[in-house]
Design a protein around this ligand. Structure first.
Ligand code: HEM
Ligand SMILES: *[C@@H]1O[C@H](CO)[C@@H](O)[C@H](O)[C@H]1NC(C)=O
Ligand SMILES: *[C@@H]1O[C@H](CO)[C@@H](O)[C@H](O)[C@H]1NC(C)=O
Ligand SMILES: *[C@@H]1O[C@H](CO)[C@@H](O)[C@H](O)[C@H]1NC(C)=O
Ligand SMILES: *[C@@H]1O[C@H](CO)[C@@H](O)[C@H](O)[C@H]1NC(C)=O
Ligand SMILES: *[C@@H]1O[C@H](CO)[C@@H](O)[C@H](O)[C@H]1NC(C)=O
Length: 535
C-alpha cells in the first residue's frame, strides 16, 4: 500500500511537473505564436508604410531632382496631394471669381490655366508640377510640342481616363490605344473625309434655317437678345444628330438626351464616397444608369436595323461605321454605341463653343462682321444658301474662324503621358510615366510667336498659312489629330455665313466677359448678343 501511495504520490508529482512543463511549454508556444502574429500584422504594415514612403515620397523626390538637374524647376512636391489642391482651390477659384471690366483677350490664359500663367512666370515656360503624386511637365515650346505629338507620338500615349470621361466617351476613339485605335481610326477617318462631309452641307443648312426661323418667330421687336451659347449648343446637337443618324435625327437626339442624363448620374455617383465594386450593386442610381444604357443600346440597334434597308440613309455616320472599310474591319454593336457617344461629346461642345466665341468676337469687331457679310453676298448672293462648292471661297470667314480658334481654343490644352523613358531633341530626358501638359492656349497667346498684338483679334494673320505647325494647333497634331475637323470647320463656316447675311449684331451690355474652362472653353455667364434682322 505505501508503495502504492508512494507511487501515486510520485505519479501525482510527475503529473504536476508534467503539467507545469507542458503549461510553460504552452505559454512559450503561445508567446511565440503571439510574436508571429504581431510580426504578421506588422509586416504588411511595414510593407505598406514602406511602399507609401516609396511611392509618395522617394520616387517623386527622385523625379523632382532628376528634372532640377536638367534645369527644370517648378513648385515643390507636397507629399500625396502634390499641387492639386493649390491649383483647384486657390488658383482656379480665384480666376473664376475675378471679373474683367472690359471685353479684351489679355486675360484668357490667366483665366483658363491660372497655374500655367502663374508658374511659367516664376519658373519659365517648361516646369514641373504635381498632380497628386504624378509628375506633370508643363510646356509651351512649339518645337517640343511638335516632337511630342508628331515624331515621337509613339512614346507618348493618352493619359488614363477617369470614370467621368469614360462615361462621356465610352470606349470610343478618343480613349482607345494600340491596335483597336488603328481599326477605329481607319473607319471613322473614312466616315469623316472631306467628300463625305460635303454631302452633309444640306443638313447643316436645314438645321441652321430652323434655328433662324425659331428666332424670327420669337422676335417681338426689330431687336432680339439671345444667349448664343445656348442656341449653338442646341444647333450643334441637332447637326451631329442629323449627320450621324440621317432622317431619323429625332430618334438620334433621344439617344443623346439619354447620354446626357447618364453623365449627370455619373457625376452624382462620383461626388459620393467611392466604394470598390459599388457600381455592381442595384442602388437607385445604378439601376437608373443600367436602364439608360439599355435603352440607348436598344435605340441604336433599332436604327441600325432600319438604316440597313433605307437607301437615303446610306451617307450617315452610322452607316459608315457599319459598312467596313476593309472586309475584316467591322465594329460590333457596343463599339458603334461607344463611337456615337464619342462623336456627340467630342463634337457638340467644341463646335458649339467655336461658334459662340466667333459671334462674340464679330459682335465686338463690327468691321470684320461687315467684311464677312460682304464675302457671303459676293459668294452666295443675297438669297441662295451656301453649298459645298462655295465653301473654299469663304476665305474671310475661314480667317475669322482661325483667329477665333487661336484666341479661344475650345480644347484649351492637351495631355499626354510618357509610356517609356524618352529623350527629346533639345536634350530633355523624360522618365516613364511623366504626364505632359501641353499649354495650347498659352502658345496661341504667346507674343514671341504672334507679335506684340498677340492678344488682339486680327484675322489678317491667317491670310497666309502658318509656317510653324505647332504654333497653332486647335485640333491637335500628328496621328491623333481631331477626326471631326472637317465637319467642325464646314459647320462653323456655313452657320456663320448664313447668320451674318441675315442679321447685324452687337454684344449685349449684359454680357460679362469671363472665359472659363469646363471640359471646353466657354463663357461663364453665357454669351448675350443682340440681333437685328437686316431686311
Ligand atoms: C471646333 C471643334 C473641335 C475642336 C477644337 C476639336 C479639338 C480636338 C482636339 C484638340 C483633339 C485631339 C485630342 C488629343 O490628341 O489629345 C480632338 C480629337 C478628336 N475629336 Fe475633335 N474637335 C472639334 C470637333 C470635333 C467634332 C465635330 C468631332 C466629331 C463629330 C470630333 C471628334 C474627335 C475625335 C473622335 C477625336 C479623337 C481622335 C483620335 O484620338 O484618334 N471633334 N479634337
Ligand atoms: C502667383 O501667385 C502668387 C500667390 O497667390 C502671387 O503672389 C503672385 O503674384 C502670382 N504671380 C503671378 C505672375 O501671377
Ligand atoms: C415684347 O415687347 C414688349 C415691349 O417692348 C415687352 O414688354 C414684352 O415683354 C416683349 N415680349 C417678349 C415675348 O419678348
Ligand atoms: C424614322 O423613324 C420613324 C419612327 O420610328 C419610322 O417610321 C421611319 O421609317 C424612320 N425613317 C427612316 C428614314 O429611318
Ligand atoms: C456658289 O455656288 C453656286 C451654286 O453652285 C454657284 O452658282 C456660284 O457661282 C458659287 N459661287 C462662287 C463664287 O463660286
Ligand atoms: C486655318 O486653320 C485650319 C485648321 O487648323 C488649317 O488647316 C488652315 O491651314 C488654317 N488656315 C490658315 C490660312 O492658316
Amino acid at each position: 500500500m505505501p508503495n502504492v501511495q508512494k507511487s501515486t504520490a510520485v505519479e501525482g508529482l510527475c503529473i504536476r511537473v508534467h503539467e507545469q512543463i507542458s503549461f510553460s511549454r504552452t505559454t512559450r508556444t503561445m508567446n511565440l505564436f503571439l510574436l508571429l502574429l504581431l510580426l504578421l500584422l506588422l509586416l504588411p504594415l511595414l510593407f505598406i508604410s514602406f511602399s507609401i514612403f516609396f511611392k509618395f515620397i522617394w520616387i517623386p523626390l527622385k523625379i523632382q531632382r532628376h528634372f532640377r538637374q536638367q534645369g527644370v524647376g517648378g513648385p515643390s512636391y507636397r507629399p500625396i496631394f502634390g499641387n492639386t489642391a493649390e491649383i483647384r482651390r486657390r488658383m482656379i477659384a480665384e480666376a473664376e471669381s475675378s471679373r474683367s471690366v472690359s471685353f479684351n483677350h489679355d486675360g484668357v490664359v490667366q483665366r483658363v490655366m491660372p497655374h500655367y500663367h502663374n508658374w511659367s512666370k516664376t519658373y519659365g515656360d517648361t516646369f514641373l508640377y504635381w498632380f497628386g503624386s504624378t509628375a506633370r511637365l508643363a510646356l509651351s515650346d512649339p518645337d517640343m510640342i511638335k516632337e511630342i505629338l508628331v515624331s515621337k507620338s509613339g512614346s507618348f500615349g493618352k493619359i488614363r481616363f477617369n470614370p467621368v470621361s469614360k462615361a462621356l466617351f465610352g470606349e470610343g476613339l478618343v480613349a482607345l490605344e494600340g491596335e483597336k485605335w488603328i481599326v477605329h481610326r481607319k473607319i471613322t477617318g473614312h466616315a469623316f473625309n472631306m467628300e463625305r462631309v460635303k454631302e452633309w452641307v444640306p443638313e447643316i443648312v436645314d438645321s441652321t434655317r430652323n434655328m433662324m426661323s425659331k428666332w424670327d418667330s420669337g422676335r417681338n421687336d426689330t431687336e432680339l437678345e439671345l444667349d448664343v451659347h445656348k442656341e449653338f449648343h442646341e444647333l450643334s446637337a441637332d447637326i451631329i444628330s442629323r449627320t450621324a443618324f440621317g432622317s431619323n435625327f429625332t430618334q438620334g437626339k433621344r439617344i443623346f438626351e439619354l447620354q446626357e442624363q447618364q453623365v449627370a448620374l455619373v457625376l452624382k455617383a462620383l461626388r459620393s464616397v467611392y466604394i470598390p465594386g459599388f457600381k455592381y450593386l442595384p442602388t437607385k442610381n445604378n439601376r437608373k444608369m443600367w436602364k439608360l444604357d439599355e435603352e440607348t443600346t436598344e435605340l441604336i440597334r433599332e436604327m441600325i436595323e432600319k438604316s440597313n434597308n433605307e437607301r437615303e440613309n446610306r451617307k450617315t455616320l452610322l452607316a459608315c461605321l457599319m459598312s467596313p472599310y476593309k472586309k475584316d474591319d467591322v465594329l460590333n454593336l457596343e463599339e458603334i454605341v461607344d463611337e456615337c457617344k464619342t462623336f456627340y461629346f467630342a463634337g457638340k461642345e467644341t463646335t458649339a463653343n467655336l461658334l459662340t466665341w466667333t459671334f462674340l468676337l464679330l459682335g465686338l469687331h463690327q468691321e470684320w462682321q461687315d467684311k464677312a457679310r460682304e464675302e457671303v453676298v459676293r459668294v452666295c448672293g443675297h438669297v441662295a444658301f451656301p453649298n459645298a462648292q462655295n465653301l473654299s471661297d469663304l476665305k474671310i470667314i475661314n480667317m475669322i474662324l482661325n483667329e477665333t480658334l487661336r484666341l479661344y481654343p475650345p480644347a484649351v490644352m492637351m495631355m499626354r503621358q510618357a509610356s517609356e523613358k524618352v529623350k527629346l531633341q533639345g536634350g530633355l530626358d523624360i522618365p516613364v510615366g511623366t504626364q505632359l501638359f501641353l499649354a495650347m492656349t498659352a502658345v496661341h497667346h504667346d507674343a514671341r510667336i504672334w507679335g506684340e498684338d498677340a492678344n488682339e483679334f486680327n484675322p489678317m494673320r491667317f491670310t497666309e498659312p502658318r509656317d510653324h505647325l505647332a504654333s497653332f494647333f486647335p485640333f491637335g497634331l500628328g496621328p491623333r489629330i481631331c477626326v471631326g475637323q472637317n465637319l467642325a470647320m464646314i459647320e462653323a463656316k456655313i452657320v456663320t455665313a448664313m447668320i451674318v447675311r441675315e442679321y447685324s449684331f452687337v454684344v449685349s451690355p449684359t454680357y460679362v466677359h469671363a472665359p472659363m474652362q469646363s471640359l471646353t472653353l466657354q463663357p461663364q455667364y453665357g454669351a448675350q448678343i443682340i440681333f437685328s434682322r437686316r431686311n
